[in-house]
Structures are given as C-alpha cells and as structure tokens.
Design a protein around this ligand. Structure first.
Ligand SMILES: [Zn+2]
Ligand SMILES: [Zn+2]
Length: 290
C-alpha cells in the first residue's frame, strides 16, 4: 500500500509561496512593503515574513498592501538554539532552549506548525544536529533547501538529513525557502508549490501540515499519479528525474520530463527529485510504502 499526501487534489489550485523572508524588523535589508511587492511581482500566492523571534500577526499585515497574496502569520524561532520556522502562528512562543518545549507549545496553540531551518549551515554543516532531529517529535519537517546558505558557509541543501530521518521511518515534509535578507540575490531561489483548497492563511497551513505540496527551485510538476504500486510524475521542465527509496538508494532514473516507476517491495518510502537546467529542482514529498 502507498500512502501519500497527493490523494485529494480537487477543489483547489496550486499556489507558490515562500515562508522564510526577513525585513528591517530583524536583519533584513528591506521593509515589509518592498518584500511583499517583490514576491507579488514573482507571481507568488502566499508569503510569510519570518523575522527572528519577532512575531508578525494577521493584524500587522493589515498595514501593508498584499495585492491579493495570502499573508501567513509567523516568525523564525532563533534565540537559544537551532532555528525553526513557526508557520501560521496564533501567538508568540518563547524561544526556549529546549526545542521540544517550543514544538509542544506551538502544537498546543491550536493552529501553527513547526519545521527546522537550514540544517547544513556553518562550516561544520551542523546548525541543527541530526541527534536533535531524532530526539524531537511532532514537528512537520525541515528545510531541504535554504537559498541564503548559498552565500554562507555550509550547504543550502539538506536532503541528506531528510533521507536519514525518512529511513528511520519518520514522516517529515521537505520545504524550500529563500530565507531572503538582501534586496538582490536572495529572492526567488526556493519556494513551495502548495495545493490550496481554502485560500486563506489557515488553508495554506493545513495543506502544508498535510504535505500537499512540493518544494522547488525552478522545476514545475504537472502531474502526480499513483495507481496500485505504480507512481508517475510528469514535469514541465525537468531533464532528469530520480526516484529514491529507503537509505536514499536510487530505484529509478529517467532522462526527460517524466518518470513512471513500480515501487520496489522493500522501498519503505519513495521520493522523487526532478532535476532541471542550472540549479532548478523539484522535490516531491515522500510516498510511504508498506
Ligand atoms: Zn535562520
Ligand atoms: Zn532566516
């Protein structure tokens, strides 16, 4: 049996959005309106301002013109430990050094979700130790791509961390974000494409919680189909698609825009990486196989 988050794709539409952007309220170089205008101009359907330990609430966004873009309340939990995104925040949550405490408070607040950020930041590629990922529970996922780390020490990619956790049987979603700070070079690097049925901040968060999205740096996915033990992915612009199973072992490779695989019996999970030109990728969420 294959369990996956793309089962209920009806009554909504795909919207792209970035959940990780800083403003002059923390260490970003631009004010809120300039950041909002930039993402509107890129055709994004939702955005979260994620200043360091500064909660941007629904009311705060009312001061700005979102031009129809859905604004998601939240912040980046930053002090006292590895950074996490609090997405769809209902309230301020103390950045407790015990990150499980933060996760528990967010889950008790009745709305928001928590994910871990840029795990492979720093020269030792260890902003978020794997041991913390393994110890914590009830968070929804991690950034498998964080754009700003492209110009800092470490790696913007963290699919290695994700595969280790998925291989242990964890059910976690992979996110791609800009983490934009500067006016140029930091924007439009990574985003999530979410199937949104209710076009509100709550609707976006519910879809994210359910994993009804894929992460992208430029490849667009047109079709995700599951039939019995076959999975088919068709993209607009991939040049190679790779399927990975438990242990990050490759179990399918196709050159071109699409792939169809028969899921191996020992798969555990299967996820797809769609590679395009330059640094364009799309990452599906995992399909859990039992
Ligand atoms: Zn951070
Ligand atoms: Zn950040």
């Amino acid at each position: 049996m294959i369990e996956h988050p793309y089962q209920a794709l009806s009554g909504g539409r795909w919207l792209a959005g970035n959940l990780h952007a800083h403003t002059t309220s923390s260490d970003g170089q631009r004010g809120h309106q300039a950041v909002i205008d930039d993402y509107v101009g890129r055709g994004h359907g939702f955005l979260m301002i994620s200043d360091h330990d500064i909660y941007t609430a629904v009311e705060d966004y009312e001061k700005y013109d979102a031009q129809g873009m859905i604004m998601v309340p939240g912040n980046e939990v930053s002090a006292n430990g590895p950074h996490m995104l609090h997405v769809g925040a209902k309230d301020w949550v103390e950045p407790n050094a015990d990150r499980q405490q933060v996760i528990d408070e967010v889950n008790a607040s009745g709305g928001g979700i928590i994910l871990f950020n840029h795990p492979n930041w720093h020269a030792n590629f260890n902003h978020c130790p794997q041991e913390l990922f393994e110890r914590c529970e009830d968070y929804v996922g991690l950034e498998i791509y964080n754009g700003v780390i492209s110009r800092l020490e470490g790696s913007p990619y963290a699919t290695n961390r994700w595969d280790m956790l998925l291989t242990q049987g964890r059910r976690l979603w992979g996110f791609a974000h800009d983490d934009s700070h500067a006016a140029t070079g930091d924007v439009g690097l990574g985003w999530n494409v979410v199937y949104v049925q209710d076009e509100t901040a709550e609707g976006v968060v519910e879809a994210l919680r359910a994993g009804r999205f894929y992460a992208s740096t430029g490849v667009e996915i047109n079709t995700i189909e599951v039939e019995a033990n076959k999975i088919r992915i068709e993209t607009e612009n991939a040049s190679r698609i790779v399927a990975l199973k438990r242990g990050a072992i490759r179990c399918g490779v196709a050159d071109g825009r699409e792939i169809e695989i028969e899921v191996p019996e020992d798969a555990g999970y299967v996820r797809f990486e769609c590679w395009g030109a330059g640094e364009a990728f799309a990452w599906t969420q995992p399909f859990f196989c039992s």
